[in-house]
Design a protein around this ligand. Structure first.
Ligand code: AMP
Ligand code: ZN
Length: 476
């Protein structure tokens, strides 16, 4: 490990703690993955920008890493507890499509989101449906001492493990007041390990089990897959803040029942706060919601969204607004412009990394991933005339490794996102601009204005004398 000690906030102890890996040769991180009944909304993606910052930091500090992000393709009900319908089955019924095709489609779309956001590919992305046999085996092991049967399945008795709900803490009561009642449950917080398909009904996804034909409860998959890929004791478990109340306490309870001990599975439980959208466009149930491609259609590059996330601390609520996103995009473009200038000036020269700026980056990121503090360090470094352009570029590469903004490779051309509805191609725009420049050189202002008007009609704004050197832009 290099640099400052890594301090992380642990939801389990409600304290900032120095991170010490269980095995420094292999740091093990599990992140609750998406439920693939629909596209990920940009709020979901904030969770993976956070985990990417975490795992990049761990790797940057020199620890080898295994990172698992599961794909939930069965079991997640419309309520986080045991009420409602399976989200996957409901989506299949509503669209009349094959449930497996739905899962594949949205899994692929999610992976594309990760690529677009420059999120590193996790070591494993296991599917819940590939682990049903292991889930049944886990259920069989804990059934006798920790579970009870109801007509609709096998339920976990949360009073059979020590300290149930420690993770949820004070929020416990409020969260459980929201759990819809299932008739016969011994305690409101008890949850399903297996859900038996009601007589007369069929599900597209169902399996035989000792508790009848049906499907696993949602929480079980994460206990099973984290133990399988990372071992029963691993370093860090992540998820959105909503998981602190129900899903993660339930995982811990299953882990404790399985080991017949008080171990929680992960040592650190970390939670990102929500991206909130006061316009209400982010909830999938509202029908229309914000996806990464939807931002692209408005002219916003995925990395502008990534930067918008990094501008807030992962434990703070972040409000989505187009203004915020536009400001992040301008900041990104300004950096890319500066870096292009440095690249020109550095030529073939190679530079040494500035130890002082790397130290400042390290100090910020090691303090519970304080990305909002790391970004001004990047500003200062790029503008530091005491450093040669080659040194600044070499130092930039370190920032890129941690922040994943790809500034060292980005070009202004690559950052240009064409809003939907703009048909003209960038090459044609450049051609027209060259013609307009020639017309202006000839003092043929009639022609130059005509070209400008034609571009405007095609949705392109010509920007004369833009200080950042952007000679045209598409409406955002
Ligand atoms: P889901 O696809 O619903 O299983 O959620 C995937 C991940 O996104 C989970 O870690 C959630 O906790 C997280 N999440 C859901 N909504 C938001 C949001 N608005 N902001 C940040 N994270 C979220
Ligand atoms: Zn999970």
């Amino acid at each position: 490990m290099t640099g400052a000690p890594l301090i992380l906030y642990n939801s389990l102890t409600r304290a900032s703690e120095t991170f010490v890996p269980l095995d420094p040769g292999n740091v093990r991180v599990y992140s609750c993955g998406p439920t693939v009944y629909h596209y990920a909304h940009v709020g979901n993606l904030r969770a993976y920008v956070f985990t990417d910052t975490l795992t990049r930091t761990i790797a940057w500090k020199g620890w080898p890493l295994t990172h698992v992000v599961n794909i939930t393709d069965v079991g997640h009900l419309t309520s986080d507890a045991d009420a409602g319908d399976d989200k996957m089955e409901a989506a299949a019924r509503a669209t009349g499509r094959d449930i497996w095709a739905i899962a594949r489609h949205y899994t692929d779309a999610f992976k594309q989101n990760l690529t677009d956001l420059n999120i590193r590919t996790p070591t494993h992305m296991p599917l819940a449906t590939d682990h049903v046999a292991e889930m049944i085996a886990w259920g069989e092991k804990i059934a006798e001492r920790h579970c009870y049967r109801l007509a609709d399945g096998l339920y976990f008795d949360t009073t059979t493990v020590p300290d149930y709900g420690r993770l949820a803490g004070a929020a416990d009561d409020a969260a459980h007041a929201r759990i819809d009642a299932v008739a016969g449950k011994r305690h409101p917080q008890d949850f399903a390990i297996w859900r038996t398909t009601p007589p007369g009904e069929t599900r597209q996804m169902e399996w035989d089990s000792p508790w009848g034909r049906g499907a696993p409860g949602w929480h079980l998959e994460c206990s099973v897959m984290s133990a399988k890929y990372l071992g029963p004791a691993f370093d860090i478990h992540t998820g959105g803040i909503d998981h602190r109340e129900i899903h993660h306490p339930n995982e811990i309870a299953q882990n404790q029942a399985h080991c017949e001990c008080a171990d929680t599975g992960a040592t650190f439980w970390m939670h990102n706060n929500f991206l909130v959208d006061r316009t209400g466009k982010m909830s999938k149930s509202s029908g229309e919601f914000l996806t990464l491609p939807a931002l692209g259609a408005r002219g916003f590059h995925p990395l502008a969204y990534r930067l918008m996330c990094l501008q807030a601390h992962y434990r703070s609520e972040l409000e989505f607004s187009w203004e915020n996103l536009a400001a992040a995009q301008v900041r990104l473009k300004r950096w890319v412009h500066a870096v292009e200038g440095l690249r020109l000036r550095a030529g073939d020269e190679s530079g040494a990394i500035s130890a002082s700026y790397v130290e400042q980056l390290d100090a910020a990121i090691s303090d519970d991933l304080a990305t909002p503090r790391a970004l001004p360090v990047l500003d200062a470094m790029l503008a530091d005339k005491k450093l040669s352009p080659a040194t600044r570029l070499a130092t930039l590469a370190e920032f890129d490794r941690v922040l994943g903004l790809e500034l060292a490779e980005a070009t202004r051309a690559a950052l240009r996102t064409r809003p939907a509805g703009v048909a003209i191609e960038p090459a044609a725009i450049q051609e027209q601009l060259a013609a307009r420049k020639a017309a202006r050189a000839d003092r043929d202002f009639v022609r130059s204005d005509a070209i400008r008007d034609a571009l405007l009609a095609a949705g392109v704004d010509v920007m004369d004398g833009d200080p950042l050197g952007w000679d045209w832009k598409l409406p955002g």
